[in-house]
Design a protein around this ligand. Sequence first.
Ligand code: 5GP
Length: 202
Amino acid sequence: MKKKGLLIVLSGPSGSGKGTICKRFLEKNEAVSLSVSATTRKPREGEEHGVHYFFKTKDEFVEMIEKNHLLEYVHVFDNYYGTPKDYVLKEIELGRDVILEIEIEGAAKVKEAYADAVLVFVLPPSIEELKRRIQGRGTESMEQIEDRLGRSLKEIGCITNYSYFIVNEDVDVAVRELEAIMTAEKDNTRRYLCEIRKEFGL
Ligand code: 5GP
């Protein structure tokens, strides 16, 4: 029986460590594809076009919106971020799992556009630990830290949109939990009812 790939959406506030989980997960699970987003923000040191992001001008990004080339997009932190549609849908059709690491507003839009998406939220272990991680960057003023914390808590408030959550106390454990979620979803009867019926002529 040929199964479609899963579309996994991973979100979490700044300080949750979702980026680290995603990276470690992809190192361990080479068959899973990462969706590379398009953005108008400038590359940071060490970031490569086509690897970390597709870096676009505002005009190029607007053209992608107008041509309906994006599965979702948002305008945050004064920049556009969006998920190229063709790559994601093609991978899923080929039976490959795809992971998106995106913020909450975009995740909600993905769920609207593609109801089969599996939304997973990464939480820090406690509010104290969240504060510690945000402060730990050591480069920001008290006001910036308060602002970041406020934003993180607001994002955690949107957890109701997510089917699963992972508490990131230990990255290896968190990665195993994400693998377990994917394994369970691949055996979800409702998700594959069409394929089962087709296979057995029901
Ligand atoms: P950064 O600028 O630090 O790379 O990313 C800022 C935020 O944008 C992060 O929360 C990241 O997950 C999110 N993000 C990255 N790509 C996309 C995307 O394609 N769509 C949406 N909605 N958010 C994205």
